[in-house]
Design a protein around this ligand. Structure first.
Ligand code: UDP
Length: 243
């Protein structure tokens, strides 16, 4: 998409009509796949992501198994139809890097030491990309881990904040990400108020950074509420007993 003349109009509205502190419409659903042990679908506006989890299961190849904890494998991947411009097949450098930072964020909340010699495999497939795919991927992956029954200290809820036309905004879409001045993805374990991933692309003053972080925290607490709601929706109803 071409650069719009302005990213914020005279009424303070963004390219998609949102105010600076508004999230995009969010959808979350758990247990959407049958073949994996846990799964989730998460949508933030035009960004649509599926996460699937296998495990804990015996680590393969065996020589990679760790005697005192499970290995967490994580693959973030964008499908070739997720973006307008043809995305190369296979894993790009960006996808390898994002797989690593997502894994590191998930490792901080997962009780891996409960499963020595095992592996837990997390697959994140971006089926449509419109900004914030790593944060949506992380949000979906932690739901899929919970769906698989993997013990965790907390869920991970994530959102990006950024600066567009000199103003801080929550949950950037692709155009804001591309043509804005800064993009800062933030992931948190909200129960501990702890940051498990923070990246910054672009420039912010220390004051903007502080305000941006507070804005991200506000978004994270709403995302966390929706995550718990989605989990309750699946697990609070008991299936009817078979006669
Ligand atoms: N994007 C794209 N092609 C690519 C990678 C990214 O069109 O190969 C777009 C996509 O919409 C993505 C956005 O650029 O969401 C921002 O990408 P970034 O690397 O900042 O990661 P994200 O914000 O998705 O976590």
């Amino acid at each position: 998409m071409e650069k719009p003349e302005r990213l914020i109009d005279e009424n303070g509205r963004r390219v998609d009509g949102r105010r600076f502190d508004e999230l995009r419409p969010i959808k979350m659903e758990i247990g959407i796949l049958d073949k994996s042990d846990g799964s989730a679908y998460v949508e933030f506006g035009g960004t649509k992501v599926i996460a699937a989890v296998f495990g804990p299961r015996e680590a393969h190849p065996r020589h990679l198994a760790l005697p005192d904890r499970a290995i967490l494998n994580c693959r973030y991947h964008m499908t070739s139809f997720s973006v307008e411009e043809r995305k190369p097949l296979g894993m790009t450098r960006r996808e390898v890097e994002l797989s690593k930072v997502i894994r590191e964020a998930l490792e901080t909340v997962t009780f891996l030491e409960e499963f020595p010699r095992a592996s837990i495999d997390v697959y994140i497939e971006v089926i449509q990309a419109d900004g914030g795919t790593r944060t949506t991927g992380l949000t979906a992956a932690s739901l899929a881990l919970a769906d698989a029954g993997i013990p965790m200290a907390d869920l991970v809820a994530a959102v990006a904040v950024g600066k567009v036309d000199g103003q801080l905004v929550l949950d950037l879409c692709d155009v804001e990400d591309k043509y804005g001045e800064a993009d800062m993805p933030v992931a948190m374990a909200p129960r501990f108020n702890s940051i498990v991933l923070l990246q910054l692309n672009g420039r912010m003053t220390p004051e903007e950074f502080r305000k941006g972080l507070a804005l991200a925290q506000k978004g994270v607490s709403e995302i966390y509420r929706l995550q718990r709601e989605a989990l309750k929706k699946k697990f609070s109803s008991v299936p009817p007993m078979e006669s």
